[in-house]
Write a protein that binds this ligand. Structure first.
Ligand code: ZN
Length: 309
């Protein structure tokens, strides 16, 4: 399985259009030791011809333009993108679907709850169903493995299983609507098994870490994990107000029950942070936080990184 990191920042990207925090300001001024980043986006492929997107970031269009393997290569209208796997209804994870609305066929994979939110509630997503078979919506279930299929319907060689990571739907889902949905389908973690048997854990948003999750992560060869915030009160420190990392559904990296310490016992997987918020001090490669993460065995993903499993 080939894995391409097309983007590695949290919502808003780095720098963010309306942010003048120390990181964003220094990056724009050209005296920041670190990279700008688009919003988190990952693509996987078994054969290098059919590609599957893990969510669809708001930056998807430019990410495709920077990634030759995702560009049309045969017909006048054509795309190697065979499908999109959705893990939540957050705008950060779905907005890019609207960049795929030009009547090009592809598959989506999401739970029944997510499909209802996207298809029944949001008329904008009707753009994906203007003609029959434009998009084939495939409902998936927790803990039931399924193959990712090419547009023609063939098993692509990557098998997928999703687990529940959280029970909060995004704020734009009304409480009445949320009450009609399964809470455990609100936020998923993904385990992909390559034809080689190697496994990828993709979890860009993790509200809490428990023993069950640690056991799943230990079965992975590579984990792409929630690196949104370094500390729980990071946004409040930068903005003077706002929510904590945990209130926003992200376990912070630092602290006694942060991801660095909680995942320190994992032996098998290579550990990589994605979905890094623009306020995270770890973005600065000369920062103590960047070195602390490295010393703990973590890497901080950058746009353009590739892996082979
Ligand atoms: Zn900023």
């Amino acid at each position: 399985m080939r894995i391409e990191i097309l983007g590695s920042a949290a919502g808003g990207g780095f720098p963010q259009w309306n942010c003048n925090c120390r990181n964003c300001q220094r990056l724009r001024a050209g005296n920041f030791r670190g990279q700008s980043r688009t919003q988190t986006q990952v693509a996987v492929s078994n054969d290098g011809r059919s590609w599957f997107l893990l969510n669809a970031s708001p930056d998807l269009r430019i990410q495709i333009e920077r990634t030759p393997v995702l560009q049309p290569c045969s017909a006048v209208r054509d795309s190697p993108i065979a499908g999109v796997l959705l893990t939540s209804a957050d705008i950060d994870q779905i907005a890019g679907l609207l960049s795929l609305r030009e009547l090009q066929p592809f598959r989506t994979y999401c739970t029944a709850s997510l499909r209802r939110v996207l298809q029944e509630d949001n008329s904008a997503f009707g753009m994906l169903n203007r003609v029959p078979q434009q998009v084939c919506w495939t409902e998936i279930k927790l803990h039931e493995s399924f193959p990712l299929r090419t547009v023609a319907g063939d098993d692509c060689g990557i098998s997928c299983e999703v687990i529940s990571l959280g029970n909060k739907y995004p704020v734009y889902v009304s409480p009445q609507r949320a009450a009609m949905l399964k809470s455990e389908e609100a936020l998923l973690g993904v385990m992909l098994t390559a034809a080689s048997g190697s496994r990828l854990a993709y979890m860009p948003a993790v509200p809490a870490i428990n023993e069950q999750l640690l056991a799943v992560l230990e079965t992975a060869d590579l984990i792409l994990f929630d690196g949104t915030f370094w500390s729980d009160n990071e946004l409040i420190q930068v903005q003077g107000s706002g929510a904590t990392a945990r209130e926003m559904g992200h376990v912070p990296i630092s602290g006694d029950d942060g991801s660095l310490r909680r995942l320190a016992g994992l032996r098998r997987p290579r550990k990589v942070f994605v979905h890094v918020n623009n306020t995270n001090p770890m973005l600065d490669e000369s920062s103590p936080e960047y070195h602390e993460a490295g010393a703990a065995g973590w890497e901080v993903a950058e746009d353009g990184w590739q892996f082979n499993l």
